[in-house]
Every structure is written in C-alpha cells, then in structure tokens.
Design a protein around this ligand. Structure first.
Ligand code: GCO
Length: 258
C-alpha cells in the first residue's frame, strides 16, 4: 500500500476500471491505483493474461474484479457494465487505456486498418465513458482518465491513425468535461511520452530510433510505465476535484522543447 502523503490522494473505498490492464501501462496504473487503496476492475481481451494479472494483484493483497471484454465490442461493454451492476460493483474511476499501434505510410494504409485503430483507441473511450458516466451521474461523482499521447499534439510519419485517435482523445476529454463536469465528474487525460512498453518494442530495439528518442527527450531516456502512476493517482483522487479537461504530459519534457 502506498501510504497516502495526504488524504487527498487516498483512493480507499473507490473502484477503478482500467481498460487494457493485463499488461503495459494499464497494468502499471492498475497496480498503482490499487496500492493507493482502490479496488480494481481489470480488463483485457486475452482471458489467460487477464486471469494471470488478477491472480498477481490478489496475491499482493489487492481487491480485484475481472471484466474480460473487447473494447471494440459495444454489446460486450454494455454486458460487462450490467454484470458489474448486478454484482454491486460501482465504477468510480475509469481509465481508458486500451490502445493499439499500427505503423504504415498512409498511401499504403488499408481503410480497415485505419478503422481498427480509431475504433480501438478512440471510439472505445467514448462508449466505455458513456456507460460509466450513465452510472456516475446519478451517484454524483466520478473520475475519467483518458490515455493520450505526444501524438495528441504532434504527428509522426507512419502513425496517422494512432495520432488521429490520440488527438481525438484530447478533444473527447474536453467534450466529456463540457457535458459531465457539472455532475461532479472530472475527465482528464495523461499524455505518456516514449515509454518502455511492448507496443514500442520495435522502436526500442532500433538503434537509430532509440538514439532519436534519447536526443529529442530532455530527460535523455525512455519513460518507465510506473512513472505514470503518480499522475494517475492524482487524477483519480480528490486532489483533482477542480481539474477537468486537462492533459498532463508525462514525457521527460519532450512536448516542451524543439
Ligand atoms: C510511435 C510510438 C508513439 C508512442 C507514444 C508517444 O510509433 O511513435 O508508438 O506513438 O507510443 O504514443 O507519446
């Protein structure tokens, strides 16, 4: 348990649904929110990985529920929320983390691949956010944390659908604020920089790209998934009750410099 430095950051009594949380950034944030006192609803589309992650978090003493749905399956999302309702599990904190990357020049990009990235990274955040908000509004409180990217602001060649989806995440966060802040729901985003994740494995292994990231990042290094935890706890806690529509970059300074 991370001893809360102040009651502001204590998540005891809250439940957090983190999409794509059986590995990578989602797993790290789920563990961090659990350590701050939250019960966790783990999500993933791979049943084996989800069960393994749930067992590991339970072994660490955390309260864990499992919600194995595909974030592009609207019926599956609705059914998962209905199962949580029936089990008396109220989602107080939603982290829309699930996402995929697909690197290809646009002139070679199939429309189906474009749609797959947009559906997984952006439309899912709307659908899951809507289902969560429908339940948060009558309860009078909620926290939504959407996971953006440096590409929420700046494009990079060969990642168009990903960048467009993450630019959309930034504006969806602001749209959620426009409609839900009056119901005491704070919607914010985290913009990770170049992080050491499976999704970036090919980039990390590429010497030229690795050199570029370290040269372009003022911190001169890649970020670790656990380095998102503090910002996730902040945005999930009462410390951010008057903060909404913001995107906080955890990027070693990359978005701040030319
Ligand atoms: C890429 C990377 C990036 C990072 C991250 C940067 O191909 O450029 O996958 O998209 O993952 O989103 O903020």
């Amino acid at each position: 348990m991370i001893k809360a430095a102040s009651p502001f950051f204590d998540l005891t009594g809250r439940t957090a649904l983190v999409t794509g949380s059986s590995r990578g950034l989602g797993r790290a944030m789920a563990e961090g929110l659990a350590a701050a006192g939250a019960a966790i609803v783990l999500n993933g589309s791979n049943a084996g990985r989800l069960a393994e992650a749930a067992a590991e978090l339970r072994a660490a003493g955390h309260a864990v529920h499992e919600a194995g749905f595909d974030v592009t399956d609207e019926a599956g999302i609705v059914a998962a929320f209905e199962r949580l309702d029936a089990a008396g599990v109220a989602v107080d904190i939603l982290v829309n983390n699930a996402g995929i990357q697909f690197r290809k020049p646009m002139v070679e990009l199939a429309t189906a691949d474009w749609r797959r990235v947009i559906d997984t990274n952006l439309t899912s955040a709307f659908v899951i956010g809507r289902e969560a908000a429908r339940r948060m509004i009558p309860r009078g409180h909620g926290k939504i944390i959407n996971i953006g990217s440096l590409t929420s602001e700046l494009a990079r060649a060969t990642v168009a659908p990903y960048a467009v989806s993450k630019g959309g995440i930034k504006m969806l966060t602001q749209a959620m604020t426009a409609e839900w802040a009056g119901h005491n729901i704070q919607a914010n985003a985290i913009g990770p920089g170049y992080m050491l994740t499976d999704m970036n494995e090919a980039l990390i292994a590429n010497e030229a790209f690795d050199t570029w990231v370290k040269g372009r990042t003022p911190a001169r290094r890649w970020g670790r998934p656990d380095e998102l935890i503090g910002t996730a706890i902040y945005l999930a806690s009462s410390a951010s009750d008057y903060v909404s529509g913001q995107i906080i970059y955890v990027d070693g300074g990359m978005s701040s410099v030319l």
